[in-house]
Design a protein around this ligand. Structure first.
Ligand code: ADP
Ligand code: MG
Length: 402
C-alpha cells in the first residue's frame, strides 16, 4: 500500500482552518437522527483537531438533494446530534464558501467547530467542479478526509479538495484503510473469503477479483445456488440466476487456474415455503433437493468443514450472509461460521474483516461483530474495494503522501 498522510504528521494547526470531510449521511426518523454511528466514527478525528487548536469546518453530504437546496436536507437538522455526540458546541454555517464562512471563522476561537451545509446542495459537488472546490479551499489551511464510505465518489469534497490543500486521512479513514490492507492488500496467508448474499449478479466483479487473491473462496447464500445449478445440481425452486451459469463456470475455472479452492455447500437446509420455522424444512445433501423445495441455508456439515478451513487460515474477508439469516432457522450457518471466525480472531490466529449492509446486520445478530478485527459500514465503497477498484477519494490522499 502506498502511504497516505495521517494526523500523526500534522504540523502545528493552532488557529489554522481544517476542512474535514465526514459522512454524516445519517438515518432520520421523524426529524431526529435514529443512528449516530457515523457521527461517532468521526468524533476522534474532529476532537483531535479541535484539541490541537484548529478551527474545524465539517463537510458532509446528506441525502440526495440533486444540486439544490431543500430545507429538510439541510445539515442544520443534524447539528444538535453532532454537538451531542462530540460533547462540544457546533455552529451551523449555511454555506460552503464565501463571506458567510469567513465571518463565522472570525467568530470562532481555536478549537471551534462548524458544520457547513449539505455539500450536495451545490451541483459543483457531484460534478467535481474545480472552481467550486477552489472556493471551498479558499477558507481552509488543510483538508482531512475521514469519509471512507464516500471515497468511491470523485466529488469536489471527497476528491477535488485533496489536490488543493495539504491532505490527510482522518482516524476513521486511516483505520479503514489499514484494516482493508491487512485483509486483501497485504494479507497474511492463507486467506479465505466468504461471499454470500442473494445474487451472483451484484457480486460478479467481487468474485472475479477474489479468485486470484485468496486461497479459499467460500460461496454461500442464494448465489451458491447459481454455482450449484451451473454444475448440473438440481436446486428445485431455489433463488438462482440460471442465465449466469457460464459466468459461474468461468469463475470456477479462473479459481482453479489460480490455485484457489472454491467451497460450495454439500449439505443444505431446504423448505417448501419461505417462512420462519416452516414445517417442511429439512437438511439434506445438495443432490437430494426436491423440485418443490428451495435452498435457504448452508447445512451443518458444510459449516463444520468451513470452520476447519478457517482454522487453517490467517486472514478472512467476509461479504454476504450464508443463508436467509433474517428468517430463522435459516440464520444458523451464518451465525455458526461468524462465531467461529470471532473465536479465532479473539485467539489471535485470524485477522477478520467484514463489510456489507446485511453482513453487518448478520454479524450483529450473531453477536460476533465486536470480535471481528474490523467491520466496515461503508457499503458501496467497501464493495468497490472488494472488486479491486481504485477509490478516487483514497487515491487522491495517496497522491498527497510524502
Ligand atoms: P450485503 O448487504 O451484506 O452485501 P446482500 O445484500 O448481497 O448482502 O445479501 C443479503 C441477502 O441475501 C439477505 O437478505 C438474505 O436473506 C439473502 N439470502 C441469503 N441466502 C439466501 C438464500 N439461500 N435464498 C434467498 N435469499 C438469500
Ligand atoms: Mg444488502
Amino acid at each position: 500500500m502506498s502511504t497516505f498522510r495521517t494526523l500523526d504528521s500534522l504540523p502545528d494547526v493552532h488557529g489554522k482552518v481544517a476542512l474535514v470531510r465526514v459522512d454524516f449521511n445519517v438515518p432520520m426518523n421523524e426529524g431526529s437522527v435514529s443512528d449516530c454511528t457515523r457521527i461517532q466514527a468521526s468524533a476522534p478525528t474532529i476532537l483531535e483537531l479541535a484539541d490541537a487548536g484548529a478551527k474545524v469546518l465539517l463537510l458532509t453530504h446528506f441525502g440526495r438533494p440533486g444540486g439544490e437546496r431543500h430545507s429538510t436536507l439541510s445539515t442544520s437538522v443534524i447539528q444538535g446530534a453532532v454537538a451531542q455526540v462530540l460533547g462540544h458546541e457546533v455552529m451551523f454555517i449555511s454555506e460552503l464558501s464565501g463571506p458567510v464562512v469567513e465571518q463565522s471563522l472570525g467568530i470562532f476561537g481555536p478549537g471551534g467547530i462548524g458544520l457547513l451545509d449539505n455539500t450536495r446542495f451545490w451541483p459543483g459537488e457531484e460534478a467535481n467542479d474545480p472552481e467550486f472546490a477552489r472556493a471551498i479551499a479558499a477558507n481552509g489551511d488543510l483538508y482531512v478526509n475521514d469519509a471512507f464510505s464516500a471515497a468511491h465518489r470523485a466529488h469536489a469534497t471527497t476528491e477535488g479538495l485533496a489536490h488543493l490543500l495539504p491532505a490527510y486521512a482522518g482516524r476513521a479513514m486511516q483505520a479503514e484503510l489499514e484494516a482493508l490492507d491487512k485483509a486483501l492488500g497485504n494479507p497474511d496467508p492463507p486467506v479465505a473469503a466468504v461471499v454470500g448474499g442473494a445474487k451472483v449478479s451484484t457480486k460478479l466483479a467481487v468474485l472475479e477479483h477474489l479468485v486470484a487473491r485468496v486461497d479459499h473462496l467460500i460461496i454461500g447464500g442464494g448465489m451458491a445456488n447459481t454455482f450449484l445449478a451451473a454444475r448440473g445440481v438440481a436446486i428445485g425452486k431455489s433463488l438462482a440466476e440460471h442465465d449466469l451459469a457460464a459466468k459461474a463456470e468461468a469463475i470456477m475455472a479462473a479459481a482453479e487456474a489460480a490455485g484457489c479452492t472454491v467451497h460450495l455447500p454439500y449439505d443444505v437446509v431446504v423448505a417448501k415455503a419461505f417462512a420462519a420455522y416452516p414445517p417442511s424444512r429439512r437438511t439434506c445433501n445438495v443432490h437430494e433437493v426436491a423440485a418443490d423445495e428451495m435452498i435457504l441455508d448452508v447445512g451443518p456439515q458444510a459449516v463444520e468443514s468451513l470452520a476447519d478451513v478457517l482454522k487453517t487460515c490467517r486472514t478472512l474477508v467476509w461479504n454476504g450472509p450464508l443463508g436467509a439469516f433474517e428468517t430463522p432457522p435459516f440464520d444458523a450457518a451464518t451465525v455458526a461460521l461468524a462465531r467461529t471466525a470471532a473465536a479465532l480472531t479473539r485467539e489471535g490466529s485470524l485477522v477478520s474483516v467484514a463489510g456489507g449492509g446485511d453482513t453487518v446486520a448478520a454479524l450483529n445478530h450473531a453477536g460476533a461483530a465486536e470480535d471481528f478485527s474490523y467491520v466496515s459500514t461503508a457499503g458501496g465503497a467497501f464493495l468497490e474495494w472488494m472488486e479491486g477498484r481504485e477509490l478516487p477519494g483514497v487515491t487522491a490522499l495517496r497522491g498527497m503522501a510524502y
